[in-house]
Design a protein around this ligand. Structure first.
Ligand code: FAD
Length: 415
């Protein structure tokens, strides 16, 4: 038996941890289960970007024609392992459908509604945990070698940002050099997004917040959930190798692994592991003050407290396939291209699985079958920035309170 005000969360990534903290703030007791220590999944190594102006979905018109070009380029932003192509095909077909203009506009509005409040939602959690230094309102750059001042950014992306009222300052070569003197002079145009911020250590951020969950009286159990035991009203316990863990209200926040758990509860969802890579340089020899994204290459260079991180790109190879270190090496080559003086000594590599839906939106919802089960996953490229907002929304759902934003775009039944 569990108490009425107890909630179990599966997953101690940034999303699960923020759900736990907001549930505690709403007066619930919380237990998190994770097979690994907190923040060792996708939340470990992301690019650290928090953008209240995130409103550009990944699917765009004409994607079908761009994909072959991306795949042919070993330094390109996308890779699909040949043996995985057929398995990924249904997801890609849905993804291509999301590239229609009306869908893009709809998905963009839903992204803007979710991420606009990202800093505000983190603020009380950071204050409580004494972790305010881990997020900086630095601004961020998008830079291009091919396009000059006023031309960078893509017509559609710029139109979506303009529709969402996002601040963007076009920059020329000299202005780029003033903001980031170590950047190669070959970059001739860019955009400054003054409202974007970044975490100086996304792993330490998630870990610090997880520690706060425990200090608030929560429990984090190192267990892998393998399935569910069912009672009269739905799942009554989690199955683990160490035995059953009884549950009342449940939040599934298991990132890319949530698909299998939701399926065991009768909800099949098109969630894919969109694998990304990072290389971390502990002593980079260059010191950008703000994150810089290389236009068309799908990654960010983010200054962090423990070095300079190049993180991004997408690979479809299945959730369990070993990393392909050529993807990380490609990031390093592109990093050198951005910063010719880059010191690559001591480089470390990492791969993580983004939980991605074809429409670039997460699922934040009750299970369609079991009202005590809640879904909080699928944040794709935006899980760090979306975690605290999601935590707040999940706490409202569990408490049966009105939601602070309309949850219709994030329903599990939309697929
Ligand atoms: C290269 C790269 C760059 C990125 N850059 C950014 C960025 O700049 N900004 C941004 O906002 N987002 C970014 N992201 C995305 C972001 O990192 C993810 O969206 C986010 O970390 C997802 O968090 P999560 O808590 O849902 O998943 P995870 O961090 O993966 O956590 C899920 C947890 O569930 C646990 N789990 C899974 N199955 C089970 C089970 N059966 N039993 C028990 N535990 C289980 C796992 O062990 C894991 O700890 C990036 C991602 C990558 C790969």
């Amino acid at each position: 038996m569990t108490e009425q005000n107890h909630v179990t969360v599966i997953g101690a990534g940034i999303v699960g941890v923020c759900c736990a903290l907001y549930l505690q703030r709403a007066g619930f007791r919380v237990t998190i289960l994770d097979e690994r220590p907190p923040a060792e999944g996708c939340s470990f190594g992301n690019a650290g970007i928090l953008s209240p102006s995130a409103c550009v979905p990944i699917a765009e018109p004409g994607m079908l024609w761009k994909v072959p070009r991306y795949l042919a380029d070993p330094l390109g932003p996308l890779a699909i392992r040949p043996g995985y192509f057929l398995q990924a095909l249904p997801w890609f077909l849905r993804f291509l459908r999301e590239g229609r203009p009306a869908r893009i506009r709809r998905n963009s509005r839903a992204m803007a509604a979710l991420y606009a409040g990202c800093f505000d939602a983190y603020a009380p959690l950071l204050k409580e945990a004494g972790a305010e230094d881990l997020i900086r309102r630095s601004g961020a750059l998008l830079v291009s070698k091919e396009k000059g001042k006023g031309e960078v950014g893509g017509e559609l992306a710029n139109a979506l940002r303009a529709a969402a009222g996002i601040k963007a300052e076009p920059l020329g070569r000299d202005e780029l050099r003033q903001l980031d003197p170590a950047l190669s002079p070959e970059f001739k145009g860019g955009i400054l997004f003054p409202d974007i911020g970044h975490s100086v250590n996304s792993f330490r951020l998630a870990r610090t917040l997880a520690e706060r969950v425990v200090r608030n009286g929560g429990t984090i159990l190192r267990r892998r959930v393998t399935g569910f035991a069912f009672g009269a009203n739905g799942p009554s316990a989690l199955r683990t190798a160490e035995g059953e863990v009884p549950i009342g209200a449940l939040v599934i926040a298991a990132g890319a692994w949530s698909r299998g758990l939701a399926a065991q509860l009768g909800t099949e969802l098109p969630l894919e592991a969109e694998r990304g890579y990072h290389v971390m340089l502990p002593d980079p020899g260059v010191a950008p003050r703000l994150p810089v994204s290389y236009s068309g290459r799908g990654f960010y260079a983010t200054p962090m407290e423990n070095g300079l991180r190049f993180a991004g790109t997408a690979e479809f190879a299945g959730i369990d396939a070993p990393p392909d270190d050529r993807r990380a090496k490609a990031l390093l080559r592109l990093g050198k291209d951005m910063y010719p003086a880059l010191n690559t000594a001591g480089v470390t590599e990492w791969m993580g699985c983004r939980p991605s839906f074809p429409d670039s939106l997460p699922v934040i919802d009750r299970s369609p079958h079991f009202p005590a089960v809640h879904f909080a996953f699928g944040h794709s490229h935006w899980g760090l920035m979306g975690a605290a907002v999601t935590g707040k929304l999940i706490a409202e759902l569990v408490a049966g309170k009105p939601s602070s934003i309309d949850l219709a775009p994030y329903r599990a039944t939309r697929f």
